[in-house]
Ligand binder design. Structure first.
Ligand code: NAD
Ligand code: UDP
Length: 334
């Protein structure tokens, strides 16, 4: 059975990448749950607008900092989200993307080790690359090109996972690794370049929607509120088994470190997403086809049986409902 008793104790929580799409929703939810939140961001892809409504909260603090630089701060939990997630943004400066993933993970793991904090890594379905197994379970090792344009992100995230598990084995750091599958919702950037935001922005402007390839490639889209619930459940998993105060001479580990898949197990083709968005917006946009980017995965679908069993988690927001809320956001902020 899932218990929330330890989670209810207020904690001081660092969210790196806290001004980004997922990070800002996480900060908001953690504040609503009564925690103190330190939001760290260098604003590479994050936006002040995402967190401006949180600035008046006395339990919220904003730190402008680059995660590739060390940081010393007293916290109980760290959510390590700092990293550009959209292909156009992470390919803009690929060397920096690798630094963010590797040096960022090293700095945050070092911090976690020093202050005995629990740390969750925002990993990704991209660790599976262009998968040869379908759906993807956590046991699958992936099929990743090490030298392609997506490699700075995919391999960066893979090294970060390795570092997390080495810090667990070598230093008994209390780690959690969540493999996030495509997530969407309000606060995605209109110029983000990812499929849902691109399609909605173009549909609202009645300009052509560009499908890369023939549109038969698939993804599985998880609405942001469901993802936030999954991330928090993963972070909190095992809290009730032992408390940090029990015995400081023994390493504290909260149980299952992951990796765990978090995503929506509803597989859809990119062409069907375009058609759905045109329908929901009542748009006059036409479909336009362009060449498929290098190493673009053909299929992606999470096996979430582990998350369902251990975290008692599964997404509840269907595509029509989630797209409706996202379209409403982009309509308001246009
Ligand atoms: P995002 O680009 O909106 O957020 C990333 C945040 O990290 C931004 O606020 C950005 O300014 C910040 N950042 C980047 N480099 C930094 C640095 N060097 N120092 C400090 N801050 C830095 O992306 P997102 O969609 O919110 O993704 C958040 C995390 O989740 C990322 O780690 C991403 O890899 C992971 N993820 C996201 C998805 C998704 O579908 N959104 C899927 C898989 C994994
Ligand atoms: N895509 C598309 N048109 C766009 C943006 C993306 O056809 O304007 C396709 C892209 O080639 C990929 C899928 O949509 O097959 C998802 O792309 P996204 O960048 O959102 O996520 P990722 O490829 O990282 O899963």
């Amino acid at each position: 059975m899932y218990h929330y008793n330890t989670y209810r104790e207020p904690k001081r929580i660092l969210v790196t990448g806290g001004a980004g799409f997922i990070g800002s929703h996480l900060c908001e939810r953690l504040l609503n749950d009564g925690h103190e939140v330190l939001c760290l961001d260098n604003f590479f892809t994050g936006m002040k607008n995402n967190i401006v409504h949180l600035l008046q909260n006395p339990r919220f603090e904003l730190i402008r900092h680059d995660v590739t630089e060390p940081l010393l701060i007293e916290v109980d939990w760290i959510f390590n989200l700092a990293c550009p997630a959209s292909p156009i943004h992470y390919q803009y400066n690929p060397v920096k993307t690798i630094k963010v993933n590797v040096l960022g993970a090293l700095n945050m793991l070092g911090l976690a080790k020093r202050v005995r904090a629990r740390i969750l890594q925002a990993s990704t379905s991209e660790v599976y690359g262009d998968p040869e197994e379908h759906p993807q379970t956590e046991e699958y090792w992936g099929h990743v090109n090490p030298i392609g344009k997506r490699s700075c992100y995919d391999e960066g995230k893979r090294v970060a996972e390795t570092l997390f598990f080495d810090y667990l084995r070598q230093n008994k750091v209390d780690i959690k690794v969540a493999r996030i599958f495509n997530t969407y919702g309000p606060r995605m950037r209109p110029d983000d370049g990812r499929v849902i935001s691109n399609f909605i922005v173009n549909a609202l402007d009645n300009i052509p929607i560009t499908l890369y390839g023939d549109g038969t490639q698939t993804r599985s889209f998880c609405y942001i509120d469901d993802m936030i619930e999954g991330l928090i459940r993963m972070m909190d998993y095992g809290s009730c088994e032992q408390t940090r105060e029990q015995d400081y001479t023994k390493p504290y580990l909260s149980g299952f470190p992951g990796p765990i898949n978090l995503g929506n197990p509803d597989e859809v083709s990119i062409a069907s997403i375009a058609e759905k968005i045109i329908l929901l917006t009542g748009s006059k946009s036409e479909l336009f086809f362009d060449k498929l980017p290098e190493d673009d995965p053909r299929r992606r679908l999470p096996d979430i049986s582990k998350a369902t069993k251990l975290l008692k988690w599964e997404p509840h927001t269907g595509l029509d409902e989630g797209l409706g809320k996202t379209i409403e956001y982009f309509t308001k902020t246009k």
